[in-house]
Every structure is written in structure tokens, then in C-alpha cells.
Design a protein. Structure first.
Length: 342
């Protein structure tokens, strides 16, 4: 299967640079696989596509302020983007990170953050990633809040603002650990939650800490050769029980879908647990537990686009995306959404 088969044209003007004033004001394209139909709606109408007994599974991971700027002893500034936490030592927290410009650092380089903390470059993992140990007088979470910035995606061409601190989080965000947001959850407001629960639909939380790998391009033309970055997940006993009793399971986002498919057995039964997942879902994959999926519009040639294509088919998905461009839908993280149905 060729990666070039999953490309499409997107004008830069279609990429949403800011969130809408209201979370639930976005548009929603409904795509039905069996009917091969595409229809246009507002997200506020989502309850009309849900039934009593359905369970919506949301990701409660919270985005951390993962973008930092440290100063070398020579005075040069270096940007650090946290990727994956690797360990907690007595006096340090160890992370894998991207560093720019990489030519300014080497193993042993010390970066300072005022007089409140230091980062030491411990190891070069590959051409892009470094292992970095952070030490600070304050708890690491407090350190990030003070010195970190919102890690907006590379296609948002502006600096982060105070508004992003709130809007680049879902209303479910309670478990810190992601360096990219589970964006399908952005559309939910307390009003929408009230509408769907009044309809007899349950909302269940799972956790998957989204890594920056979600933005990294697939670098192999043969899709099957691609390897996903590992991400940490958690499914509680209570969540598994509710999901297993569901009439239909609606994954709110690709991250929730990855968790569900990771912990589901061949009969579709979900098992509680936690761990790391590198599950790669692409066309040909047979979904075991996800019956429907709400997800934003994704980048060409991306693993997220491939997952959506695995659910409703490549041809129908790319037809829908071309129509979305023509109809003026807003793309990517702060954009509109699709509701994928069998």
C-alpha cells in the first residue's frame, strides 16, 4: 500500500489558526460507509446521531506546557520540545525531547532557566531526539507552568496566547501528560454533554498521553513499514465495564480509538489496564470495538488520516475531504470535525 495514495490538496487558508468563539460552534461532516453518503451538519446536532445505550469514549489527557527555552552558559538560547517522559530520579526528571537548533548543544550541555532550574543534555538518541534531565527547586509540573509554553502544532503559524492555555485543552482534560491535544474533544461543551446524556448516552473517560509523533510525517512510501511512536494509556475497570455493556461505542478521536483497539480482544471485549501502545491502524485493519468515530480533518499522508481511511475506506474519505475543501470547512486541530459511521 502506497503512502502517495493518501494525499490531497489543501490550501493554506483552510487551516484553522484560531479556535472559534464557542467550542460547540464547529461544523460536522457526517460520512456513512455503507450508504457512501456525505452530509453537512453543525456539531450541536450530534445528539441526533446517537441513541440510548451508546457510550462515547473520550480521552482525558491534559496537554502540558511542553515547549521551553533554556539559556546556555554562553548566552545562546535553545528551544526544547518535550516528547516522552522516561523516568523520575531523586533530583531530576528525565525526558526525551526535540532541540532546536540542535547544532548548539552536545552531550553534557547545561541549559538554565533563570535561577530556578537547569536541564542537562545526557544523550543523543537519534538525529532528532535527545535525552534531557531537568532539575529544579520546584515540582516539575510547577516548573513547566512557569517556563513552558503551549506546544501548538507546526501548522499553526503564530505564537501561543493566553487563550490557548484554555482552548488547546478539552473540557475533559484532567490527567497531565500529552504534548499534543486529543482535538476531537475540543468540540464538546457542558451544553453538548447535557444534550447527549439526556438522550441516554454515557460518556466514559480513558487516558492516552498524545506524543508529538502525531505530527511527524510517515517517511516510508510502503505504509506497512511505518512504525508508530509509543504512547502511554490507561483504561480503568469501571470504564471497561461500561464500554462492554454499550449498545454502540463511539470513539471521540483517534486517540480514544487507539486505546480501545489496543485493549480489546478478538471478540471485541475491552480489558482494563495500562501500558504503552504503538498500534498502527491503516486500511485493511478490522476494528474490534469501535462502532463510530468523531475525528477532525487530518493532514495528508498522516497516520491519523490512515486510521480514518481504515474505518470508512480510502476513496470515500478522500472524496469527503475534497468536498470539505470546496465547502470551506476548517481543517486540523482548531478546525471542524467528521463523524464516521459504518
Amino acid at each position: 500500500m502506497k503512502l502517495s495514495d493518501f494525499d490531497y490538496y489543501l490550501p493554506r487558508s483552510a487551516i484553522a489558526q484560531f479556535p472559534l468563539k464557542d467550542r460547540d460552534a464547529s461544523r460536522m461532516m457526517v460520512i456513512k460507509k455503507e450508504e457512501r453518503s456525505i452530509s453537512h451538519h453543525l456539531f450541536k446536532e450530534i445528539d441526533e446521531f446517537l441513541s440510548p445505550g451508546d457510550v462515547c469514549v473520550v480521552n482525558n489527557s491534559r496537554v502540558i506546557p511542553a515547549r521551553l527555552w533554556g539559556t546556555k552558559e554562553s548566552g545562546g538560547r535553545v528551544e526544547i520540545l518535550l516528547l516522552t517522559k522516561r523516568g523520575q530520579e531523586r533530583h531530576a526528571v528525565v525526558w526525551d525531547a526535540l532541540i532546536r537548533p540542535a547544532r548548539r548543544v552536545k552531550v553534557g550541555t547545561i541549559l538554565r532557566f533563570d535561577d530556578k532550574g537547569v536541564a542537562q543534555i545526557r544523550e543523543r538518541i537519534d538525529g532528532k531526539k535527545w535525552r534531557v534531565a531537568f532539575s529544579s527547586e520546584m515540582p516539575f509540573e510547577e516548573f513547566l507552568e512557569k517556563y513552558g509554553a503551549v506546544p501548538l502544532p507546526p501548522y499553526i503559524k503564530r505564537k501561543d496566547t493566553a487563550e490557548d492555555r484554555e482552548r488547546y485543552q478539552t473540557i475533559f482534560a484532567s490527567t497531565p501528560g500529552s504534548v499534543a491535544a486529543p482535538t476531537a474533544g475540543f468540540h464538546f461543551s457542558p451544553y453538548i454533554l447535557g444534550k447527549i446524556t439526556a438522550r441516554g448516552v454515557k460518556v466514559v473517560e480513558v487516558t492516552l498521553h498524545v506524543g508529538y509523533g502525531t505530527f511527524l510525517p510517515i517517511e516510508t512510501e510502503e505504509i506497512e513499514k511505518h512504525r508508530m511512536e509509543e504512547e502511554w494509556y490507561l483504561v480503568s475497570e469501571e470504564a471497561a465495564k461500561t464500554i462492554n455493556a454499550a449498545k454502540r461505542v463511539i470513539a471521540i478521536g483517534t486517540t480514544s480509538a487507539r486505546v480501545l483497539e489496543t485493549v480489546a480482544d478478538e471478540e471485541g471485549r475491552v480489558h482494563a489496564g495500562s501500558g504503552m501502545t504503538d498500534l498502527f491502524i491503516y486500511p485493511g485493519y478490522r476494528f474490534k470495538r469501535v462502532n463510530a468515530m468523531l475525528t477532525n480533518f487530518h493532514l495528508p499522508r498522516s497516520s491519523l488520516l490512515l486510521m480514518a481511511a481504515a474505518f470508512i475506506g480510502q476513496d470515500l474519505l478522500l472524496t469527503a475531504y475534497r468536498l470539505a475543501v470546496e465547502q470551506g470547512y476548517r481543517f486540523y486541530s482548531y478546525g471542524d470535525c467528521t463523524f464516521l459511521l459504518p
